[in-house]
Design a protein around this ligand. Structure first.
Ligand code: ZN
Length: 183
């Protein structure tokens, strides 16, 4: 296993819509285990493939306190939203030090493939649903701040500039968002 650099805003790969996985190859298995190690190292509770520069439609997450309930989610699609719209603070490994409250539906019914290639369906709410919706946004090329109200979004611009210029540091390996950025 290996810790991979996390790609930072505004690297182009983070704005790319990812491509569904056709075959769960050894390469995909290795990628997902490296992504889990990268996520635990940061530490974070979710990581999408394009956050490590890959274009596969998959993410990993683990919301357990002890970090021993990893979930590998391949080709996810949200079948249904349920519950009230809920405000919850989000952060992102690609956006060090930017946090804000995002409004999303509380629950989702998610269809995906697990790492063995089994078709799975999960009905989740609360934090796990939140993480999954955030990661699926990444797979569509979307950051959480794009869901903020115009006022809150405007307030995050200064921080986004700092991240893009490599001024905001992270305590895990990163790939700067801009080629001009210095480490
Ligand atoms: Zn994120």
């Amino acid at each position: 296993m290996a810790i991979l650099p996390v790609y930072l805003y505004d690297h182009p790969v983070l704005k790319k819509k990812t491509i569904p996985v056709q075959e769960i190859s050894d390469e995909i298995k290795e990628l997902t285990s490296n992504m889990l190690e990268t996520m635990y190292n940061a530490p974070g509770i979710g990581l999408a493939a394009n956050q490590v520069g890959e274009t596969h439609r998959l993410f990993v997450c683990d919301i357990s306190e002890d970090g021993n309930e990893p979930l590998i989610v391949i080709n996810p699609s949200i079948k249904e939203f349920f519950g009230d719209d809920t405000e919850m603070e989000e952060g992102c490994l690609s956006l060090p030090n930017l946090r804000d409250n995002v409004i999303r539906p509380d629950g989702i019914v998610l269809e995906f493939l697990d790492i063995e290639g089994n078709q799975r369906e999960m009905k989740v709410d609360g934090l796990l649903s939140r993480v999954m919706q955030h990661e699926i946004d990444h797979l569509e090329g979307m950051y959480f701040f794009e869901r903020l109200s115009p006022v809150r979004k405007a307030r995050s611009y200064a921080m986004l500039k700092r991240i893009a210029r490599g001024i905001e540091g992270a305590e895990y390996p990163v790939e700067p968002g801009s080629r001009k950025a210095t480490r």
